[in-house]
Every structure is written in structure tokens, then in C-alpha cells.
Design a protein around this ligand. Structure first.
Ligand code: GDP
Ligand code: ZN
Length: 454
């Protein structure tokens, strides 16, 4: 997949489209020489001190000026990738940027693949994997909360916690191994009760890490809310009221002719993805069956169900049947149209929120209640550190299983050589979170998820 790991690479690292400025990053052994060539061949860029900025014209191979630019020179290892890096900042038009990139390649660079700058940064010890993934999250963050979380991870908090856990595991392995290797020697030893205590502490820490994962996903991807209920209770109106009051992105679901059945709103730093599932069902044409199936899937996969009824009618047998069928999911009962009648629900297993989409009452409470309902399922740990992607979560869960097996093995009185196997596995698996023990294909997979220029 990687044609030449050591070749100098280049890519436009600013967002596509027209901006005030655009940047072409060049990284590798030839970066300075290529920058010299871009600057007209006088050799002035390669002579400058690291971490300085220089004004000049970028010229093409015929010597014709392309654009005015600032050359930012960062010699390795003090650069993003750890290699020599020159960033050429020019006017932001896609044409100018494209031409500069083309000239850069003509002088010997090749186009960087998606994530390749970060991959090199990782290989050169500039980033651990959880930080690299955090950079990806920063680029894609959907809410303020997600941004803060990604920033915290980028600072290496995940790696610190994981490294700490691994150090504890390694210490335990060392004690058991010493027992195995030097059974006669008079060295410091721990008894099995102490092994167990230490393993329990590890189990607790790992379980905490895994438990916070759901929250991490909410911050990163948002909370999916399925708006359900009979026709005409006011689902669409509630969706509009919620979006009208918040920063909203309203999107069409492809394949349906209806508009605005899905919207994402920000509630206190958290993205709520609202899906008006019944909106799909209300179509009366051939699309209907597809719509029903899709609605069912959305309800099943939703983090929170907002089941809406109208206050004048109250809960019908149909409503009660739906709620009973979905009692295992997180839900809210929304009693709308309270401007027409008083809302009450004596026997709801779900918390009740009363609203009037028409009068605009209870709408803010509804947003907050939706967020709270989702988060209640995933309580926050003190200073919580969230694993934010499924890869990290799966690894932490596996390590947790290993520690539990270790404890079970202790209780069964298994011999030392069998005991260490689970610990070694846990240690290796946790190393995959930070990339300490990562195999090449895993790296490829992770870094290829980056966008170009990262
Ligand atoms: P849906 O079929 O559940 O999506 O319901 P709609 O949002 O389309 O609303 C159905 C009808 O009820 C519309 O005429 C709305 O104007 C009306 N409606 C929605 N919410 C309220 C409310 O809170 N109070 C009153 N009085 N009417 C409402
Ligand atoms: Zn509707």
C-alpha cells in the first residue's frame, strides 16, 4: 500500500475550497531542497534556521511566478512528522494550491496518502495511537463536548492512563515470573492473596475505563433520538421547535421524498440527532414498507426513544403496547399539546416531559431531558477519560476479560506459568490502544481513516 515509505511527501493540508490562505505541507529528507526549487532555485530556503518564516515567490519550472508565499521551515525532529518539514502558505485558491502541489511533485515529492503525515509522526515517536485518533476526532468533532474530549485525548491523557495500567500489569508479571524463575532464591515475593488484591484494583480501573466508553461515544457521535408516536400528536412540530431553538442542521434522509425528518441540534455541548421515525411511516406510497423497516431499525438502534402522545387523548392502548414492547430501551414519554389539555400519565415506566410545540413550552426541558436520559445510562466517572472509538473500547474490554480470567485462575489455584498468560495478553492488548504493540496492517487501517493532509 505504501509505495515508498521514505520518499518525501506533499499534500494540501488546508480545507478544500476557497480560503484566505492555503498551505502545502512537504515532509521528508528532500523537503528543503524541494522548497528551494519552488522558491526559484537560489538555495535560500535550505540555508535558513529552523522554525523561521520566509517570504518569497513560488515559481514553476519555466521560472514563471505562481503565487506569493510564506515558507515555514521546521527541521526534524522538531516538526509534526519528525522529519524535515516545509509548509508553503499561499493565497487560498484551489488553482494556486494545486499548481504549487504539482510543482512540488515535479521536483521529487509524491502525494501523501490519507493520514500519512500522522503515520510518520507515529512512526517517529511524535504521537501515540490514541493521540493520533484524537486528532482525527478533532477534525470530525460534532459538538463542543466532543471537541473538548478530543483535545484532552490529544494531550495524551489516554496514553497516560493506559501506560499506568500496563506498568501495573508488568509489575505483577515480574513478581510471578520471579517466583517461576528463581523459586529457591531469597527475593522479595508477593503471596497469592496480594496478587489477587492487585488484580482486583486493575479490574476496577479497567472496568471504569470501559464504562465511560458509552459517554465517549455520545460526545463524539452524538445521541440518537427516535421520535415516535401516533400520527398528529406533534412529532414534526416538536422536532421543528427543538431545532428552531438550537443550532440545527436539518438533513433529508436519502431515498425518501419527505423533507426534514432528521435534524441534529446542540444541547449543552452535546449533539442530539433527532429522527422523526413516524415521518417515514406516514408516506402512503410504495416507499411505505421501506420506511416502516427503516423506522423500526432506527428505533431499535436509538440511544433514547422520545415517545410522543397528545394531552387531549392521553395514552391509548396502542401507546401502552409500544411502550411495553420497548421497555428495555431508554425512553421519555412526551406529552405534547398541553395548551389544549392537562397532561398526565399515571403508569409510565419512562420519565415524563410535558410540552406544547405550538406554544413553545417545555421545549428546552425536553432537550435537556433527552440528554440526561442518555447520560444516565452512562454515568460519568471523576475526571473521566473516555475511550472514544470502538477499537479502543474493544481492546479495553478484552484486557478486562483477561484480568478477570487471571483472578479466576488464581481462585482455581492454577500454577504460576499458566497465570502469567492472561496477564501478558492483557498487557499486549492494552499496548494496542496506544500503538505500543501495533502491527503494521493495524496502523495502515487506522491512518487511512484520516483525511488527506493529516
Ligand atoms: P405528527 O404527525 O406527530 O408529526 O404531528 P405534527 O407535528 O404534524 O402536528 C399535527 C398537528 O398538531 C398540526 O396541525 C400541528 O400544528 C398540531 N400541533 C402540534 N403540536 C401542537 C401543540 O403543542 N398544541 C396544539 N394545539 N397543536 C399542536
Ligand atoms: Zn410528522
Amino acid at each position: 500500500m505504501h509505495i515508498n515509505e521514505s520518499q518525501t511527501i506533499a499534500q494540501i493540508i488546508t480545507a478544500p475550497g476557497k480560503g484566505a490562505v492555503g498551505i502545502v505541507r512537504i515532509s521528508g529528507d528532500e523537503a528543503l531542497a524541494i522548497a528551494d526549487a519552488l522558491a526559484g532555485g537560489s538555495g535560500k530556503i535550505s540555508r535558513v534556521a529552523s522554525h523561521t518564516i520566509h517570504y518569497g515567490w513560488v515559481v514553476n519550472r519555466q521560472g514563471e511566478p505562481l503565487d506569493e508565499a510564506l515558507f515555514m521551515v521546521m527541521r526534524g525532529p522538531r516538526s509534526y512528522t519528525g522529519e524535515d518539514v516545509v509548509e508553503v502558505q499561499c493565497h487560498g485558491g484551489p488553482v494556486a494550491l494545486g499548481e504549487i502541489l504539482r510543482e512540488t511533485c515535479a521536483h521529487g515529492a509524491r502525494l501523501a496518502e490519507a493520514g500519512e503525515f500522522s503515520r510518520r509522526a507515529f512512526l517517529n515517536g511524535k504521537l501515540d495511537l490514541s493521540r493520533a485518533e484524537a486528532i482525527m476526532d478533532l477534525v470530525e468533532a460534532k459538538s463542543d463536548g466532543a471537541l473538548k474530549l478530543a483535545a484532552r485525548q490529544k494531550s495524551g491523557a489516554t496514553a497516560r492512563v493506559v501506560d499506568g495500567l500496563r506498568a501495573s500489569i508488568l509489575e505483577l508479571i515480574a513478581y510471578i515470573q520471579a517466583d517461576l524463575d528463581f523459586p529457591e532464591d531469597d527475593i522479595e515475593r508477593l503471596d497469592r492473596a496480594t496478587y489477587r488484591q492487585r488484580a482486583e484494583a486493575l479490574e476496577e480501573d479497567l472496568a471504569k475505563l470501559v464504562d465511560t466508553a458509552a459517554r465517549g461515544r455520545f460526545y463524539r457521535e452524538g445521541i440518537t433520538v427516535a421520535l415516535c408516536g401516533r400520527a398528529n400528536v406533534g412529532k414534526s412540530s416538536l422536532l421543528n421547535a427543538l431545532t428552531g431553538r438550537n443550532t440545527a442542521i436539518v438533513t433529508n434522509i436519502p431515498g425518501t421524498t419527505r423533507d426534514s425528518v432528521e435534524a441534529t441540534v446542540q444541547v449543552e455541548g452535546m449533539a442530539l440527532r433527532l429522527v422523526d421515525t413516524a415521518g417515514l411511516r406516514e408516506t402512503d406510497d410504495l416507499v411505505e414498507q421501506i420506511g416502516v423497516d427503516r423506522a423500526r431499525d432506527i428505533v431499535k438502534g436509538a440511544d433514547v426513544i422520545a415517545y410522543c402522545v397528545d394531552a387531549p387523548t392521553g395514552l391509548t392502548p396502542e401507546d401502552e403496547a409500544f411502550i411495553a414492547d420497548h421497555a428495555d430501551q431508554v425512553g421519555l414519554l412526551v406529552i405534547n399539546q398541553t395548551d389544549l389539555a392537562e397532561g398526565s400519565a399515571s403508569a409510565s415506566p419512562w420519565p415524563v416531559v410535558t410540552t406544547s410545540a405550538l406554544a413553545g413550552t417545555g421545549i428546552d426541558d425536553l432537550g435537556r431531558a433527552l440528554k440526561a436520559a442518555a447520560l444516565k445510562e452512562a454515568p460519568a466517572a471523576e475526571n473521566a477519560l473516555y475511550l472514544t472509538n470502538t477499537r479502543q473500547v474493544a481492546l479495553a474490554e478484552t484486557a478486562l476479560q483477561d484480568i478477570r480470567q487471571f483472578i479466576a485462575a488464581l481462585d482455581q489455584g492454577l500454577s504460576d506459568d499458566l497465570l502469567v498468560i492472561d496477564l501478558q495478553h492483557a498487557w499486549e492488548i492494552l499496548g494496542l490502544i496506544t500503538g505500543e504493540t501495533a502491527a503494521d496492517d493495524l496502523l495502515d487501517q487506522i491512518f487511512s481513516q484520516f483525511c488527506l493532509g493529516k
